[in-house]
Design a protein around this ligand. Structure first.
Ligand code: G3P
Length: 214
């Protein structure tokens, strides 16, 4: 499973990419709004840091507008993936863009049928939102399971991105299911490294080493 970072903060991206374990970035308008930089400048800075796909979201509501935006974003760098919302207009745009070889990430996906349509339209990636579904009393993990089953049964090549990830448990569930990518808020990325027994063990080894070191 690949790890993407779900943030538009260049400092967080630099720090996490330094580990060598980050394969790409996903952004959205909310994440971009938290950064104090013009949008294009921000995305170009991110593209310079990351050696992998960077999702950038189209905000038009009509397919022609989305296609126009997508083509503009694609000119910013070859690693740009255009995020398109799961709507009728969005799927028309994905179909047109896939014919032209523009890579897409269908976002705001909350059902396996939506994921099915995104794959049929030719999406490169599809992003089911686990956390937002869990917040409503449904199960993001069951959704992931359903999507993986539907994609396998139909031989779709669309890659599944577990999005709206809130905890290491979400990451584990996605990895168990063989999901292609999990996109993590930086907080969850760093949590994956931690375990209190690792910390405790390391402290003990350090103390004991002081007793025996030459
Ligand atoms: O980038 C899309 C998704 O990951 C958003 O997550 O936490 O706003 O539900 P969240």
């Amino acid at each position: 499973m690949k790890i993407f970072l779900d943030t538009a903060n260049p400092e967080e991206i630099r720090k996490a990419c330094d580990t060598g374990l980050v394969d790409g970035i996903t952004t959205n308008p909310t994440l971009a709004s938290r950064e104090d930089k013009p949008f294009q400048e921000l995305i170009k800075e991110i593209l310079d840091i990351v050696n992998g796909p960077v999702s950038v979201e189209a905000v038009s509501r009509d397919s022609a507008g989305m296609v126009r935006e997508a083509k503009g974003y694609s000119d910013w760098g070859e690693n740009v993936i255009v995020k398109i919302p799961m709507t009728v207009e969005g799927m028309k745009a994905v179909k047109a863009l896939s014919r032209e070889g523009v890579k897409t990430n269908v976002t705001l996906v909350f059902s396996a049928n939506q994921a099915f349509l995104a794959a049929k339209a030719g999406a490169t990636y599809v992003s089911p939102f686990l956390g937002r579904l869990d917040d409503r009393g449904h199960s993001g993990t069951i959704l992931l399971q359903d999507i993986m089953q539907v994609y396998k049964a139909n031989g779709f090549g669309t890659q599944v991105i577990a999005a709206s990830v809130r905890s290491p448990t979400h990451v584990l569930h996605a990895a168990r299911l063989g999901v292609h990518v999990a996109t993590l808020p930086p907080r969850v990325f760093w949590q994956l490294f931690e375990h209190p027994l690792t910390k405790e063990g390391l402290e003990k080894f350090e103390r004991d080493w002081q007793k025996v070191k030459p």
